[in-house]
Design a protein around this ligand. Structure first.
Ligand SMILES: Cc1cc2nc3c(=O)[nH]c(=O)nc-3n(C[C@H](O)[C@H](O)[C@H](O)COP(=O)(O)OP(=O)(O)OC[C@H]3O[C@@H](n4cnc5c(N)ncnc54)[C@H](O)[C@@H]3O)c2cc1C
Ligand code: SF4
Ligand code: SF4
Ligand code: SF4
Length: 370
């Protein structure tokens, strides 16, 4: 039977762990904890009952199943680089308190508040912050949701909070907000039949090119003469931007390239292809969001927001652009996986470049990250 040691050897120590928190959630003895940025079993290994639940909970070991899960949820229709969807709209909230707190069009926050108000959900797993460090949180009220608005960069084991949401808070209709990798993980847990995952009724994914290590980001901001207390907002898209004191300072994306964790270098999902609704800023004007509605559940919530006039929508949005970003991410992720494989097989940069028909510079650029 596979053990925690196998999980450690195949996923955690190889750098492909996306820190989703599923193994922490699943361990029946609460023996796996989030320590120093990764899941870790405490040293008292004799308390571990060797049940292999943590290993079984890790979707990274069953990537072969993801396409099947997608087919079961979204059907087997034509799929493009942003996944299968019903419709894509550009939208922004009409509510001033959300506008003040949100990252882009405030659609994630507006959607959660609407779903709570209509009892479609009774709580959400979101991400708050401690001096910009992301912290997994449980939101049950409008105030909680607004408090968690805004993007925070850094790994955060969102799913570990599901146990507390169900057991301590008694929630049974939960929305998980997360990066595409975390949405894949929660879909996998539901597919596996993990009892706690049956309480997840809605999933909202953020678009994601890549994530950045929190400490590394803060060091970069410090190098620009800003300390954490001065920062009002961080954004990484075509550029790395820090908002402070009413000003926006933008730097080339290459300045934070070394902060990208390994698991992001090999990731191929930009648009949260398994979510009910996916939301990002790419493809929309500043202050608006691009919203990809994929399922009946997603449609029910988003069309409710539209019908009640809680959001403004407009047709359009640069679909070609977001499809290009998504396609590029797939190609980059595949190529980087190949590079890592060849490197692990003992090849040097020159040999890898020759084998893949790319330049040696491209090989080193692909591997640049933490
Ligand atoms: C690591 C990361 C990379 C991203 N990359 C892109 C990108 O390349 N292109 C793009 O268009 N958009 C990207 N986004 C999404 C974008 O930054 C906004 O979150 C999105 O546009 C939603 O905006 P909003 O105004 O609707 O969200 P808001 O209403 O402000 O709500 C944001 C929600 O996201 C949750 N959240 C914040 N940080 C995290 C986190 N680290 N993990 C999980 N949930 C979190 C909050 O709890 C909140 O519920 C990224 C987000 C993250 C976290
Ligand atoms: S008790 Fe089971 S789930 Fe927990 S660490 Fe040990 S093997 Fe993993
Ligand atoms: S379940 Fe998630 S947190 Fe645990 S090892 Fe796998 S990817 Fe990492
Ligand atoms: S790039 Fe992929 S692995 Fe990294 S945070 Fe985004 S979705 Fe997760």
């Amino acid at each position: 039977m596979a053990s925690y040691e196998d999980l450690e050897a195949k996923v955690i120590n190889t750098g492909i762990c996306t820190v989703c928190g599923a193994c922490i959630l699943a361990c029946p003895t609460s023996h796996v904890k989030f320590i120093e940025g990764k899941p870790t079993r405490s040293k008292r290994a004799m308390d571990c009952v060797g049940c292999s639940t943590c290993y079984e909970a890790c979707y990274m070991l069953r990537h072969d199943l993801i396409r099947n899960i997608e087919g079961n949820i979204l059907g087997w229709g034509k799929k493009d680089s942003v996944g299968i969807y019903k419709r894509i709209v550009v939208a922004r909230t009409r509510e001033q308190d959300i506008k003040k707190a949100c990252q882009d069009g405030g659609i994630v926050t507006a959607l959660l508040i609407y779903a709570l108000g209509k009892s479609i959900i009774d709580g959400a797993l979101a991400v708050g912050s401690d001096s910009w460090m992301p912290v997994a949180s449980i939101a049950k009220t409008r105030d909680d949701v607004i408090l968690a608005a805004g993007t925070k960069y850094g790994v955060v084991p969102v799913l570990k909070e599901l146990r507390s949401a169900v057991i301590d808070h008694g929630l049974s209709k939960i929305c998980v907000v997360g990066s595409p990798c975390h949405i894949q993980s929660v879909r996998y847990l539901k597919h596996k039949g993990l009892p706690l995952a049956s309480s997840v009724k809605l999933t909202v994914s953020l678009f994601c090119r890549e994530n950045y290590d929190y400490q590394c980001m803060m060091e970069k901001a410090n190098e620009k003469g800003l300390n954490v207390d001065q920062i009002d907002k961080l954004n990484v898209a075509e550029e790395f931007s820090v908002y402070a004191g009413g000003k926006r300072l933008s730097f080339p994306i290459t300045e934070v390239k070394s902060c990208v964790p390994k698991h992001c270098l090999v990731c191929e999902d930009f648009a949260g292809e398994l979510a009910d609704v996916s939301i990002g800023s790419d493809g929309s004007p500043e202050g608006w969001s691009t919203v990809i509605i994929r399922t009946e559940e997603g449609e029910a919530v988003f069309s409710g927001l539209e019908t009640e006039g809680l959001v403004e929508t407009k047709v359009g949005g640069d679909l070609v652009y977001i499809k290009e970003i998504a396609q590029r991410k797939k190609e980059k992720g595949k190529q980087t996986k190949d590079i890592f494989k060849l490197k692990e097989g003992g090849l040097g940069g020159k040999e890898i470049a020759a084998k893949l028909g790319i330049t040696e510079d491209r090989v080193s650029y692909r591997l640049e990250g933490l």
